[in-house]
Structures are given as C-alpha cells and as structure tokens.
Design a protein around this ligand. Structure first.
Ligand SMILES: *Cc1c(COP(=O)(O)O)cnc(C)c1O
Length: 459
C-alpha cells in the first residue's frame, strides 16, 4: 500500500515512513493513496472471527510491506493479552442503547486499543532498523497515559508527554505520573491542550530540533492509530446489525481521529449509515457542518476534558477525501486557517460531508443529566465522554439503530459520576495501585524554549 500526504498527493511514502514520521514533511497528514474495499461476501466471512483474528486481517491490509501475517498476528496477541475482556472490547445491548465498551485496556480509555499495537510495532521496526526515537506527545488526558503504558520500559525509545496543568482528572494524571520507568518524562504545562498540541507541532516542524533528536509522534494524527481503530467498527457491526442492515455510530469526538476510523470503515464497505459527531461545548465540528465555517474559538473546560479541543486535526483527512484527493485545495484551506484563523467549505463539499456525518453538542448540564438518567434506567455507570455520545444520539433521534462508543471507564472520572449517581465507580483491581503511588512530573511554563531545553537535557 502506498501513502501520500494531504498537502502533496504526488510523493509516495511507505508504511514504515508513515509509522516513523507521524507527520508528512510538508506538514500534511498521511493517508493511503487507495482505500481497500471489501465485497459483501468478504465482509460476511468476517462475521465469526474473534477480535484478534479480525484485527490481524484488517491491519495487515495497511502494512503488508512491513509485516507478514505471522508477525501481525504476534503483535496483536501480545498487544491485547492483558486486556480485561476476552475479545478486547465488550458489547452491551441494554434496554435503550447499544454500548461498545472500548475501555478494558491498561489505562481505561479507548486509546489503549491502538497504542498497545503501536508500542509493539515500534519495538519491531526500531530493532530491525537499528534506530532510536524520542516520542513527544501532547495529551488532553488519555493519549498520554495510553502512550506511556505502551512505551514504558522499551529499548531504543524515550517518551515525553505534555499535559495541561490542572486540566485533566486526578486519575488521568496518576496513570501517567506514577510509573517510574526511566524512559518516561511527564511535563505539566501551565496552559491548555491546544497550546500543548501547538508546541508539539512546532517542535516537529523545527527540522533542526526534530531531526537532531529523531523525534517521532503518537498523537491522534498518527495514521496507525486510525488503522487500528477501524477494527472495532467492523467487530461491533457484526454483533449488533441485523442481516446486512445499515447502522449508525455515535462517537464522542475531539481530534476527529476515532470517528475518522469509522469513516474509513464505511469507505471499506461496512454498511454504515450515519456517523454522529458528538461534541461537548467545544463544538467546532458541529458549527462547520452547520455553516461550512471551520473556526477554532477559545477552548472551554468541560466535564469531558479529553474532548476539550478546538483544532480537530484529523478533519484535514476528511477534507482531502471529499475534494477527491486534491492536495492543492486542501493546502489552500489549511493555509487560510493559518493565515486568517478560519476556512470555509463550499456547498458541494459540505453536502458530501452531510451524506455521512451529523453533529450535535451537549452542555455540561445535559451531560450530567445523561449520567444520572442512564444510571436510573439501565443501572450502569458511564463516564462523561460516553454520556456525550449517548445524549447527542438521543437529541438527533435517528431511526436507524445506533452503536454508542463508550470511550472511557467511569472510574477515570469518578468525581462527576459519584456526584450524579451517588455511586462510586471502582477502578478495576489491576490498576488500583496508581492511587497511592508516588507521582513524578516536571512543571514548566507556557514557553517553547524551556520545554525544548528540558527535552534536550533528558535525551
Ligand atoms: C481522546 C478521547 C476522545 C476523543 O477522541 P478523538 O479521536 O480525539 O476524536 C473521546 N473520549 C475519550 C475518553 C478520549 O480519551
């Protein structure tokens, strides 16, 4: 499979380039030149596969030039062996909703599913090519924890995680800061997530800096995260959909990564009707779908902090796709964003987007009320991100049956869950020890030079 950049469709890249670079040299995002499409007969043959078998089949399509079947199988098995469910994810058909629980990995958020695979791919690729890398990643709370869990104690790599000070939950922070691996560095920045993300992008585009430290990234723009996330759309479809019928997915969205994986699944032939973009008050995606204007505003802090994002980086991939891989057009829009703080989509692009996507947002008040109501009706505790996906799906009220992506375990956001339900969501047994372990992180001001110096000092 060949890959291209959204900003220049002419240069070709291999899976290995895509994996190691993270971002294309021209600042664009990597996408496959051609998306493979399954026939209905092939899809049906997936029906009875285990999660691991299905994952190996789908992921191999995208990285055949780097791994063979046996290697991918081994990577998948190794990645998921410590998940707390047999089939990696868990599907709950409740009275009124279908939940796809994606939080049974080591750090209790869906990001573990992709990150564990990436950790094992790194190990193999670095060893075979005799390389060392330094991973720098910004987190709104969950990416950092999932990345650290996937990369700690591995040879040939160090990881630096930037999180916004006091803007993530205590449990989120402790997942990152309580492991004392000597290849893990946590940096708490006195700012918000978008600023942390901006610093990472600036370090990447500073070629002197990024080349000198062999910088690599695992942020949500990382193509491999998207590939690995495609799998659970397929897996859950076969468990819920009735005989080839179309289905909707409601996805709590920040960087547009998880839902873009759903879009890929649809392009690959999975009978998906609508993909519901569920947002909190950071509703840039809802606004762009309403009026075609993509304009980041100030970040609001909400009860679903992993979605407190205004710049939905992966949206660039969708734009590239709907303008038929026109990289000049994509570059122009991205340049408008940079120069004028916004870009505008014409009606033909907008209508194409609306064929698949619908969006609504939920306020904090509404989100809390969903947590409370679901507890009363369904007798389960849900985290605020999942609540956004449920509340938005109910607001939109489509007739097609809908699968809700449950992206975090309620115990990761226990304060708000306790407040709304008077019930304490317990951390799973195998992670409880993080609550009492010593924390270790560096506080730095909102200052790129100081952050770079800290990193240079540690590598
Ligand atoms: C990261 C995250 C999201 C948003 O996912 P994107 O891929 O950035 O859209 C939603 N919920 C939780 C719990 C997350 O950690």
């Amino acid at each position: 499979m060949e890959y291209i950049s959204t900003r220049n469709a002419k240069n070709l890249f291999s899976f290995k380039d895509v994996f190691l670079k993270g971002l294309a040299p021209d600042g664009g995002l990597f996408v496959p030149k051609h998306v493979p499409r399954y026939t209905w007969k092939e899809l049906k043959s997936f029906q009875n596969l285990s999660y691991n078998e299905l994952a190996a089949k789908i992921i191999l399509k995208f990285c055949k030039d780097e791994f063979n079947k046996k290697e991918i199988n081994e990577i998948i098995v190794k990645s998921y062996k410590n998940f707390r469910t047999r089939d990696v994810v868990n599907i709950k058909e409740l009275k009124e909703i279908n939940l796809l629980e994606l939080f049974h990995g080591p750090t209790l958020a869906f990001k573990d599913i992709a990150m564990q695979v990436i950790g094992n791919m790194y190990e193999k690729i670095l060893k075979e090519n005799n390389l060392k890398v330094n991973i720098i990643v910004a987190t709104s709370g969950d990416t950092g924890a999932a990345a650290i869990s996937a990369i700690k104690d591995r040879d040939n790599m160090k990881i630096f995680v930037l999180h916004p000070e006091n803007k993530i939950s205590e449990v989120q922070r402790k997942f990152m800061t309580t492991n004392n691996s000597n290849n893990v560095f946590n940096i708490s920045i006195a700012s918000n997530f978008d600023e942390c993300q901006k610093f990472v992008k600036l370090m990447f585009s500073d070629k002197n800096f990024s080349n000198s430290i062999n910088m690599s990234g695992v942020n949500s723009i990382n193509w491999v995260r998207i590939v690995v996330q495609i799998v659970y759309y397929f897996f859950s479809y076969f468990k819920i959909a009735k005989k080839g019928k179309k289905i909707n997915f409601s996805v709590p969205t920040g960087n547009f990564g998880d839902i873009y994986a759903g879009y890929m699944a649809k392009k690959m032939g999975l009978p998906i009707d609508k993909l519901i973009i569920a947002t909190n008050n950071n509703d840039i995606l809802k606004r762009v779908i309403r009026n075609g204007i993509y304009k980041p505003l100030k970040v609001h802090h909400t009860v679903s902090p992993s979605m407190d994002i205004q710049v939905a980086s992966n949206f660039e991939r969708l734009i590239f796709d709907i303008c038929d891989q026109n990289s000049d057009e994509t570059s122009k829009l991205m340049n408008d964003l940079k120069e004028n703080g916004e870009f505008r989509l014409n009606n033909s692009y907008l209508n194409k987007i609306k064929e698949t996507f619908i969006s609504e947002s939920l306020s904090d008040k509404e989100t809390k009320s969903v947590i409370n109501k679901i507890y009363k009706k369904e007798k389960i505790l849900i985290d605020p991100h999942t609540a956004v996906a449920i509340g938005v799906a109910q607001k939109i009220n489509e007739k097609t049956s809908t699968i809700i992506l449950a992206t975090a375990h309620p115990s990761k956001f226990s304060d708000i869950v306790i407040k709304e339900t008077k019930t304490k969501p317990e951390l799973p047994e195998n992670v409880k020890n993080i609550l009492t372990k010593k924390e270790n992180f560096k506080k730095l001001p909102d200052d790129l030079v100081m952050i770079k110096n800290y990193i240079l000092d540690k590598i």
